[in-house]
Design a binder for this molecule. Sequence first.
Ligand SMILES: NC(=O)c1ccc[n+]([C@@H]2O[C@H](COP(=O)([O-])OP(=O)(O)OC[C@H]3O[C@@H](n4cnc5c(N)ncnc54)[C@H](O)[C@@H]3O)[C@@H](O)[C@H]2O)c1
Length: 269
Amino acid sequence: MEKLLVGRIAIVVGGGQTTGQTTGNGRATAISFAREGATVVVADRHWESAQETVALIHAEGGQAWAVAVDITQEEDIRQMVAAVVERHNRIDVLHNNVGIAASGGDKPIDCITQEAFDLLYAVNLRGMAMTCKHVLAVMDKQESGNIINVASIAGVAMYPNVAYKATKMGVLGLTQHIAMAYAAKGIRANAILPGLIDTPMAIETRVKLTGKPREQIIAERDAQVPLRGHMGTAWDVANAAVFLASDRAAFITGVNLPVDGGALARVGG
Ligand SMILES: NC(=O)c1ccc[n+]([C@@H]2O[C@H](COP(=O)([O-])OP(=O)(O)OC[C@H]3O[C@@H](n4cnc5c(N)ncnc54)[C@H](O)[C@@H]3O)[C@@H](O)[C@H]2O)c1
């Protein structure tokens, strides 16, 4: 089968993962991009975790290298982009996967702290905006490239905590802004809205925070998904990312693509 990203230079920010029994969205996307022929720059605050993703890609014969970046620090982002440009002289795809939720102290509006709100804002929205800013400077000169920002159905659907919801809604605004600002140059920007996905970020974090057994958390989440009553996997998110990153999506920009097993279609009833 034709590979969709041959020769592309792709950065996956948040390409490491939370430790757990399944594969995370960022890691699955990095591996999938490499399988499609891209050279993948795996960027993460946890360099060891990024290195693990790189090792998995190398074990399959793919091309990847790791870079440490904390996206709350603009200087880290500037250095990351400079390192990629020095090595490859271009950036074709930026996949922004970083996002934190309850682990950052998110709560409903009546009890959210200023510190927790600031943290989620800095990681989920400002950090993403800053990676876009610095990568777009490169794509602008090339007059090519595309960006995928990982939001969440939580941005547009019911969700118990305020900062995650508000920042993920913000990601949609950020993405639309970029799509329109760079459309004339042929640079695309799209958002993916994962629904309930069986990843360590979702499961292991809830096990830790609620003390409920893993199987119960999984069963409760499965029950909320219309399509076959099962959560999606990180590979479902990765498949959508491969499509959006590839020329198959050449006429697609500014869209919000749910990968949610029908969750957003379940309105009323
Ligand atoms: N799992 C789900 O059910 C679900 C649902 C909707 C949306 N999402 C979204 O998917 C994305 C995460 O998926 P994942 O499974 O890869 O999560 P993950 O937690 O396994 O991986 C995220 C990576 O981001 C890194 N990171 C965190 N803060 C960072 C920072 N400041 N700078 C650089 N790196 C940082 C972490 O070290 C981690 O390796 C998030 O954007 C999340 O909101 C997940």
